[in-house]
Design a protein around this ligand. Structure first.
Ligand SMILES: [Zn+2]
Ligand SMILES: [Zn+2]
Length: 460
């Protein structure tokens, strides 16, 4: 199945019909371009995209099976990583040896990728090309331009993929955040110019397509976070996602303004913080203290930021809740703030963690109960989707990065925005975008691989 010079193909191997393990292919004139290569963290009992149910005992780290493109590896021009979230970047160290192609990503993402490759002994084997936002590169038969958008991680990019058979606008994960706190923002004219040029298909994030309104801006959260931090009599622990550098920056401003010292707990959070500094997206020199000092400070001077908002085991937050952390013991008057929402499937683990914290007399504030926003989603709600469709005006809308219900809502919204054609499919479907558009269902066999005891295994 080699694309001809008249063909323009989209072939998702992962991430379409599910949220997680994104792996997309674009095909034209004898070549393929891969966009994103991520992992998923399935939980027992959870239904995954192919309709099967995740079984206990399966590997914790899973990714899309790249078998199709491995068999056509000589046609693979390159791999682009749109941003540094695990569902987009996480599988590169596990799968690169099968793909062996150059990897393209912007600076912050490149720092995160390098860290992963070092851990797998691959750093000097992988050619990483770091374009500037706005730049255009020719990757085989594809002319790719990196376009600045905003999301909940620094340096996210949308892609304009130009071919003689048509142009594809691939959004990656995005929101419209007028005050993103770190990194580049976005500009409306970037996207209205695409409409002038002509966009055949827009492949777009569906995560929040069922949500009304507009996502909150990172810049709006200072007030709510400050309120809950400055009114706490004792220590404050804020839990959020480690990759949300904007949130860390807001918290560091709040720490400064309320006379607290900020320390970071969690390996992934510390890694992301270091990557942000190296990539030049952390504008602050004196932001944090060594967590070893926190136990010696007066309680009202402590602001600890920790991973573990999803109730994961073996995190600092879990140990603090259990009273087994070496740095300090939580006491009545201390406060734990959840600056994150529950990922579906984690509600029970989070509820257990909250019960454990409350049993120590700790006050818990969640994003759901807060009277001012203390968390912002990184994905576009309906108003933002409408705005981007109005700006870009694609001929075809292709919802991805969602379960069936999200993609269906997204397709209906695109139609209401005047997009004449929507194509909704799932992993393994071949989307034909030139001439008469359509989908060949299940054209390619897809599946999942797991990482177990240092090697890849097929997950059935
Ligand atoms: Zn993301
Ligand atoms: Zn994502």
């Amino acid at each position: 199945m080699t694309p001809s010079e008249r063909d323009l193909f989209f072939l998702p191997l992962g991430g379409t019909g599910e949220i997680g393990m994104n792996m997309n292919l674009y095909g034209h004139d004898g070549q393929w371009l891969m966009v994103d290569c991520g992992v998923t963290f399935p939980r027992p009992g959870r239904v995954v995209a192919d309709g099967s149910v995740h079984q206990a005992g399966e590997p914790d780290i899973q990714m899309a099976d790249p078998d199709f493109i491995v068999r056509h590896r000589n046609q693979l021009a390159g791999l682009i990583i749109t941003h540094a979230h695990e569902d987009h970047i996480g599988a590169v160290p596990y799968l690169w040896s099968k793909l062996r192609c150059p990897v393209y990503c912007t600076r912050f993402t490149a720092e995160v990728l390098k860290k992963k490759l070092v851990e797998h002994g691959l750093l000097h084997r992988v050619k990483i090309i770091v374009p500037e936002t706005g730049e255009r590169l020719q990757i085989g038969t594809f002319n790719v331009q990196w376009l600045a958008l905003t999301h909940s991680v620094p340096d996210p990019n949308a892609l304009m993929i130009r071919t003689p058979a048509g142009n594809i606008f691939h959004t990656g994960d995005w929101k419209l955040d007028p005050e993103p706190m770190v990194g580049h923002g976005y500009r409306q004219d970037t996207f209205t110019q695409l409409a002038t040029e002509g966009v055949r298909a827009m492949v777009c994030d569906s995560t929040n397509a069922t949500v009304n309104g507009h996502s909150a801006s990172e810049g709006e959260l200072y007030e709510g976070l400050r309120h809950y931090i400055e009114t706490a009599p004792g220590r404050v622990i804020v839990t959020c996602f480690g990759s949300n550098i904007a949130r860390l920056l807001t918290l560091s401003h709040v720490a400064d303004d309320t006379g607290r010292y900020m320390g970071l707990y969690g390996r992934s959070m510390v890694t992301m913080f270091q990557c942000a500094k190296r990539a030049g997206v952390w504008p602050y020199s004196a932001g944090t203290v060594d967590t070893g000092h926190l136990g010696y400070l007066p309680r009202h001077e402590v602001l600890a930021v920790a991973t573990g908002s999803q109730g994961e085991p073996r995190t600092a937050l879990r140990r603090l809740a259990a009273g087994t952390h070496p740095d300090f013991d939580l006491e009545p008057g201390d406060r734990v703030i959840f600056s994150a929402r529950a990922i579906p499937g984690n509600e029970e683990a989070i509820a257990g963690l909250i019960r454990q914290l409350e049993s120590r007399g700790v006050e818990v504030i969640t994003a759901e109960m807060a009277i001012k926003p203390i968390h912002a989603s990184g994905h576009p709600a309906q108003q933002e989707l409408e705005t981007l469709y109005r700006w870009v005006q694609p001929q075809i809308a292709i919802p991805v990065h969602g379960e069936a219900v999200h993609m269906q809502a997204h397709a209906e919204l695109a139609k209401a925005c005047g997009v004449s054609r929507t194509l909704t499919g799932r992993n393994g479907d071949l989307f034909m975008l030139s001439n008469t558009p359509g989908i060949q269902r299940q054209k390619v066999q897809t599946g999942r691989l797991g990482w177990e005891k240092g090697k890849l295994v097929r997950v059935v």
